[in-house]
Ligand binder design. Structure first.
Ligand code: ADP
Ligand code: MG
Length: 242
């Protein structure tokens, strides 16, 4: 099988004053993969997302996307290259309709009005939001608000979609629905996914490979089965929760 490296994180470090949130982290994402990034609270997962997506400058190291150094790019530049992320806490325009939330995301990517409208409808259909387009986003139940957050990122049709704890607060049925959507986004739209998530069952079910972080330090990388049986991971992370 031939693979293409989409994202390469090379010895990424990020310090906040005396605190090293991420320390010399290296991993990659290949085309068509769903890669999990897991670790206990405070492990540095969101910081990694912030550095990869241009929200925080790196203290050290390099991030390349399709071979191009994006380490010093702004979020807008990174987005135009095809890398977008969602936030751990919803970042909707809660006073606006679902339609407008998704539409705004398309403005910088699509010039034609009719194309933009088409994109909104296509995006809503994938995220099961078609019946809610005219509702005020902030009035939707939590599970649907999570889907709107993903819709906003997905509407740009990135090459890599980074999801920060997208399943938080979803019930079991909603989690199942979301995993189906993630697979559809990957398979139909050829979008790779980098997934930060605490729901271990979901992570094990959907990820091709998993990267484990502990206190900002790379602990392990492997298939779900390799990670499940890795003694260092069990000791440092899964063991604590068992
Ligand atoms: P995770 O997402 O894995 O729970 P974070 O990346 O949010 O972890 O945080 C990693 C560490 O970095 C934590 O100790 C957190 O307090 C710290 N941190 C994250 N963002 C900031 C910030 N903007 N300023 C200072 N410290 C931060
Ligand atoms: Mg986080």
């Amino acid at each position: 099988m031939t693979t293409e490296t989409i994202l390469k994180v090379d010895r990424l470090s990020r310090r906040f004053g005396g605190l090293t949130a991420v320390s010399e982290l290296s991993f990659d994402v290949q085309a068509g993969e769903i890669v999990g990034l897991i670790g206990p609270n405070g492990a540095g997962k969101s910081t990694t997302f912030n550095c990869v997506s241009g929200f925080y400058p790196l203290s050290d190291g390099r991030v390349t996307f399709f071979g191009e150094d994006i380490s010093k790019m702004t979020t807008a530049q990174v987005c135009h290259k095809g890398l977008v992320r969602t936030f751990q806490h919803d970042s909707l325009l809660s006073d606006m309709t679902v339609y407008d939330n998704i539409l705004i995301a398309t403005f910088s990517m699509i010039r034609s009005k009719s194309e933009r409208e088409r994109r909104v409808h296509e995006t809503a259909a994938i995220l099961n939001l078609s019946d809610h387009l005219q509702e005020i986003a902030g009035n939707l139940p939590h599970g649907l608000q999570r889907m709107v957050s993903i819709a906003i990122a997905f509407a740009t049709r990135p090459k890599l979609l980074c999801l920060d704890e997208p399943l938080t607060g979803l019930n079991q049925t909603e989690v199942g629905g979301a995993l189906t959507i993630f697979r559809q986004i990957r398979d139909e739209f050829k979008i790779s996914i980098l997934l930060v998530e605490h729901n271990m069952k979901a992570v094990m079910e959907i990820c091709d490979r998993i990267v484990v972080l502990d206190h900002g330090v790379f602990l392990a990388m492997g298939t779900p089965n390799e990670i499940k049986t890795n003694p260092a991971v069990i000791a440092a992370y899964l063991g604590k929760r068992a």
